[in-house]
Write a protein that binds this ligand. Structure first.
Ligand SMILES: [Zn+2]
Length: 50
């Protein structure tokens, strides 16, 4: 199965805080996760960027 590395960027400060992999066939949509942002010092929504 094809696994693709994706970058998760904070939607508040745009820093790219996390990388992860996803299975394209299982998750066709853009990833969105609540993650801790050390720049904002709180949990923010992180979205997949290319
Ligand atoms: Zn942030």
């Amino acid at each position: 199965m094809a696994r693709e590395q994706v970058i998760l960027a904070c939607t508040e400060c745009n820093n790219r805080n996390y990388t992860t992999t996803r299975n394209k066939s299982l998750t066709p949509n853009r990833l969105e996760m609540k993650k801790y942002c050390r720049y904002d010092r709180k949990r923010t929504l992180h979205k997949e960027v290319k």
